[in-house]
Ligand binder design. Structure first.
Ligand code: ATP
Length: 587
């Protein structure tokens, strides 16, 4: 199992620190077990009337030395084990993040950000707690148990008495076998409920502006409240069984103590056990209580962390849906034709195709315009060009090479894709524009901003390009965000540029300025423009009209205007709109 591998890999790398930590614990415990022995000897001297002032000082100094040495060694051991735990946490979080970056859109469509965050926070922490404290506490507790037992034997306490005292402890494995799976199952429910809560919180915060505009805060509170209630219910179910388990283990220790008192006391009265050995026995049995409690805690936390490990395992075992072929070659899109050849695509085998028998050839340096009703498959076609989803083999080729045979980095690195709703990061405008090349000089950042017609707006901001955007760039208007995202695409000067409805949120005059500057800048460079407004695509070398996943018309702007069909209809509607608005036509 992969979860086991996470641990195995980790232990392989960090075992020396573990060994060191366990050794320090061992030393600390070995020192500790002399404590009852000194007290036993003290008692014997006291009972025999041999105790002198010098001996009292002697015994006190011995106890002080035992205390200091034990604290120093156990302190270092504790630090080391915390260090390993944090190293594990850091390693697994890195592993998870790398795994997430490899996953495709399908994965993110299924797993919300909040849910993924809960793996980072809750599950990793649960495993860390148990591997950090778990192993060391077990080792510590086992050593303490063994040393206490050894010391009992060395001290001359009869074996049958020791056997009778530790007998109740033999029940522990049976309790573990019975209660362990229940604890694990309930922990799994807790982790799932926590994941649900972070998922809901993330969604609710993401949609807070919509919520406020619709004044539906009470509904939002109710929904969130439900997830918190679910967590409490799941946690209480877990606490009920784990508290019972945790209390049961030391309870067995108490029974052992009672046996020691009763049986040991009887033997002492009968003169078969010295008073010193009786005191030592009760102290040793009392000493067993702490390790027993620790073992209870550890078993509890291991069961809980196994549930988290299973969740992490489930996540890490999912492989990315887009996999680079072993023989993948570097793409060179600088001067190549793009061929889409009888492409039919459905998002899942059971659903209807979103694209049906689409064939287009884009010559090197040409501009393709795509128009069509909403939901007609325009963005899907672009996602297939970028291989965000896998097209059927041989249906998309760049310079004759199947897109599936190209390395993803070289393919995506040479395509500048500007989506309609470009996500902006909560950093400066400069860093957002220079996203694909952090070393871009200010001159080219400003040029890209000018082409995207956002420069003037940026100039008005207090810190111009150094202005920090709020989360997701929400401090800008919709149109400003869109143009900043456009500048980010333009600065790439990519061999192939895709503008996916990227000027939909700007007014007609700004759109014209943007399209004009893109035409100048991308003269002789392959460009695909998707738009709902004809004005944005009418200069393209070829325009295709998509309707319900099919190309229903193709040609130049003039050719399409001459045919009856969707394009001419759209043109007529849009012309009418612009006539109403301005009293002029721009066709
Ligand atoms: N990830 C997805 N999983 C399943 N179906 C999807 C997915 N993305 C889009 N679709 C469906 O595919 C169809 C085409 O969507 P697409 O986004 O390609 O249309 P579009 O032409 O770009 O629309 P718009 O003009 O509104 O942006 C729609 O019916 C949509 O519901």
């Amino acid at each position: 199992m992969k979860s086991q591998r996470i641990l195995a890999d980790f232990f392989r790398r960090s075992w020396p620190v573990y060994v060191l930590s366990i050794t320090f614990h061992l030393v600390s415990n070995m020192i500790n077990v002399f404590y009852p022995k000194v007290l036993g000897a003290f008692t014997d001297k006291l009972a025999g009337g041999e105790l002198t002032r010098g001996l009292v000082v002697d015994y006190s100094l011995q106890l002080l030395a035992i205390g200091i040495a034990s604290v120093v060694f156990s302190g270092i051991a504790m630090y080391l084990v915390m260090y390993v735990g944090r190293t594990f946490e850091r390693g697994v979080r890195g592993l998870l993040f790398r795994h997430f970056t490899r996953m495709g859109e399908r994965f993110y469509a299924k797993n919300g950000v909040g849910k993924l965050l809960s793996y980072f926070m809750n599950d990793v922490t649960a495993v860390r707690e148990s591997i950090a404290m778990g192993i060391n506490q077990t080792a510590n507790a086992t050593m303490l148990l063994l040393s206490a037992m050894t010391m009992m034997i060395i001290s001359g306490i009869p074996l049958y008495l020791i056997g009778a005292c530790v007998f109740p402890l033999l029940l522990i494995p049976f309790i573990v076998v019975y209660l362990g799976p229940i604890i694990r199952q309930r922990s799994l429910h807790v982790q799932e409920a926590l994941g649900k809560m972070t998922e809901t919180a993330e969604e609710q915060f993401g949609g807070i502006r919509v919520t406020k505009k619709f004044a539906v805060e009470p509904i939002m509170n109710r929904r969130f409240g439900q997830t918190v209630d679910d967590i409490r219910a799941a946690q209480l179910r877990l606490v009920r069984v784990s508290s019972f388990f945790q209390a049961l283990v030391p309870f067995l220790g108490t029974i052992a103590l009672i046996i020691a008192l009763a049986f040991g006391g009887y033997l002492t009265i009968a003169g078969r056990l010295s008073l010193g050995n009786f005191v030592a026995l009760t102290l040793y049995v009392r000493m067993l209580m702490t390790p027993l409690q620790q073992i209870g805690n550890v078993i509890n936390s291991i069961q809980r962390s196994r549930a988290s490990l299973e969740r992490l395992n489930g996540l890490l075992s999912q492989s990315p849906d887009i996999v680079e072929s072993d023989a993948a070659t570097e793409a060179d899109l600088s001067d190549c034709a793009i061929e889409i050849d009888h492409l039919t695509f459905a998002y899942s085998p059971s659903s209807e195709p979103v694209l049906k028998d689409v064939s287009v050839r884009i010559e090197p340096g040409a501009t393709l315009g795509i128009i069509g009703r909403t939901g007609s498959g325009k963005t899907t076609l672009m996602k297939l060009l970028l291989r965000i989803y896998d097209p059927p083999p041989g249906t998309i080729r760049f310079g004759g090479e199947d897109v599936r045979e190209l390395t993803l980095e070289s393919l995506r690195g040479q395509i500048g894709y500007v989506p309609q709703d470009g996500f902006l990061f909560s950093t400066t405008i400069r860093e957002n524009i220079a996203f694909s090349d952090r070393t871009a000089v200010m001159g080219s950042i400003e040029d890209a901003a000018r082409q995207a017609q956002i420069h003037a707006n940026i100039d008005e901001l207090p810190e111009r390009f150094e202005t920090k955007l709020g989360e997701r760039g929400l401090t800008l208007s919709g149109g400003q965000r869109q143009r900043t995202s456009l500048a980010r695409g333009l600065i790439k000067r990519a061999s192939v540029m895709i503008l996916d409805d990227s000027v939909s949120a700007v007014d007609a005059v700004t759109e014209k300025d943007i399209i004009d500057s893109i035409r100048r800048e991308r003269h002789n460079k392959t460009t695909i423009i998707i738009a709902h407004r004809i004005s944005a695509i009418k200069h393209a070398d070829e325009i295709i009209v998509l309707d319900d996943g099919e190309i229903v018309q193709r040609g130049t702007h003039r050719e399409l205007l001459e045919q009856p069909g969707l394009y001419a209809d759209l043109h007529a509607i849009q012309e009418e709109g612009s006539l109403h608005a301005t009293g002029t036509s721009d066709s």
